[in-house]
Ligand binder design. Structure first.
Ligand code: NAD
Ligand code: MG
Length: 400
């Protein structure tokens, strides 16, 4: 005799994780692995860390696992032999994975390398949890147009934008006066210029509150991260450029705020743990359990706030400038920053050189040296501006 459950059993959500081996990707894998039966994993993708991809695939049993580095194809095949998991390799295979039907796709590749797969995910018209902020910075207008056209639900994962999403009255945006992004201040908040001049990659990556990938950790140390987040917020929420402000909040408890015309300020608070915004996006519109430390305000005792110091952290001013300029400026800013951060991590330039490289590349763009600049009409224009920014910044680094 067949037995039926006395209550409706929801069918598992079909999910894909782009950038499954990164900090956001692995936290997503972890939340999924802790809820057996709730999710069916369609695809996991990674760039080159084949061991981590195999481990993640063995945990959540996707239908497909893709490694970007084609040289690692055999290792992936061997590692998943006998599991029935399909394997593929190469950059195109990552974008193809993003086109496979899914109810929910986590876009957690770092940098503009995530642009093609993220756009492919958005084009499905499904729900996309967006962690990859560089995509929005370099191609925000293009991506948001695609979101509107396809009816995609875009759920912000970046903790500040996730916080704003939770308290932003999107039905009545006219009641909103401004949004305030909080920033921890990173490892060099109180450092002297001399200290930052001599900073090593290990020091720059040592974030006081968050565990993250290397690139975003360096961006936090320069404050470029907050600048990219201002541009990200501009695309995600219906606010003007001058309605976005930044305040330094070293405890990282308030993740951002929305101010209303009646003087009310709504904030979202949580312990600094990315599993909270990821769980919010994974469960949305429901709430799901996240195994994070609960906020203990009595123990924290004090929440403090400061204005950002633009002179010690020029990257924030550069990003604001790029946001004001619009067109290709944010694309070039982000491209030059990616190149400069990689050069810093590779020991080729100093910490303070990162903002200098970005500034000089932006200036070159403003002077017309990067060609197409003021308006980006198509994806080709965006890729052109991105490539020009990268080439110019790389040349500046070579000349040093
Ligand atoms: P990470 O460096 O830890 O991981 C990046 C992932 O992208 C890895 O899975 C890697 O395999 C993949 N990847 C890298 N280059 C690739 C390429 N060329 N092609 C295909 N895949 C590639 O990065 P992360 O810290 O998890 O950050 C991911 C994104 O989320 C970034 O845009 C970051 O700004 C954003 N974000 C991260 C955090 C965080 O806590 N880590 C918080 C907010 C926003
Ligand atoms: Mg953030």
């Amino acid at each position: 005799m067949s037995q039926t459950a006395p209550y409706p059993v929801p069918s598992p959500k079909r999910v894909t994780i782009l950038g499954a081996t990164g900090s956001v990707g692995l936290n997503t894998v972890d939340l999924i692995a802790r809820a057996p039966g709730r999710y069916m994993v369609e695809a996991l993708t990674a760039n080159s860390n084949v061991e981590e991809l195999i481990r993640a695939a063995l945990r959540v049993k996707p239908r497909l696992a893709v490694i970007g580095d084609a040289g690692k194809y055999q290792a992936l095949r061997d590692g998943l032999l006998g599991t029935g998991i399909e394997v593929a390799a190469g950059q195109q295979a990552i974008t193809d994975a993003a086109t496979r039907p899914a109810d929910w796709i986590m876009a957690a590749i770092v940098g503009a390398a995530g642009l093609a797969p993220t756009l492919a995910a958005v084009a499905q018209g499904t729900t996309v949890a967006i962690a990859n902020k560089e995509c929005l910075v370099c191609a925000g207008d293009h991506m948001m147009e695609l979101v509107r056209r396809r009816g995609t639900t875009l759920l912000p994962v970046d903790s500040e934008h996730n916080a704003i999403f939770q308290v932003f009255d999107s039905k009545r945006p006219e009641g909103i006066e401004k949004i305030t992004l909080t920033a921890s201040g990173g490892p060099f908040r109180t450092a002297t210029m001399a200290h930052m001049q001599a900073a090593t990659p290990a020091q720059a990556i040592a974030h006081p509150n968050w565990q993250m990938g290397a690139k975003i950790s360096v961006d936090c140390a320069t404050y470029m991260n907050k600048g990219l987040e201002m541009i990200e917020a501009y695309h995600l929420f219906p606010v003007d450029k001058d309605q976005i402000e930044v305040v330094i909040h070293p405890q990282s408890v308030i993740h951002s705020m929305v101010s209303y015309v009646d003087g009310s300020v709504l904030a979202q608070m949580a312990s600094p743990d990315m599993r909270t915004p990821i769980a919010y996006a994974l469960g949305w519109p429901d709430r799901i359990h996240a195994p994070v430390p609960r906020l203990d305000l009595v123990q924290i005792a004090q929440l403090t706030f400061e204005a950002p110091d633009f002179s010690r952290f020029p990257a924030l001013a550069l990003a604001k400038q790029a946001l004001a300029l619009g067109g290709g400026a944010p694309t070039v800013l982000s491209a030059a920053n990616e190149i400069a951060v990689a050069a810093f991590l590779g020991g080729k330039i100093g910490f303070l050189d990162i903002a200098r490289i970005v500034e000089q590349t932006l200036e070159a763009g403003d002077n017309g040296a990067l060609g197409q600049w003021s308006r980006l009409h198509s994806l080709e224009d965006i890729l052109g501006a991105d490539a020009a920014g990268r080439a110019y910044a790389s040349e500046l680094i070579e000349q040093r």
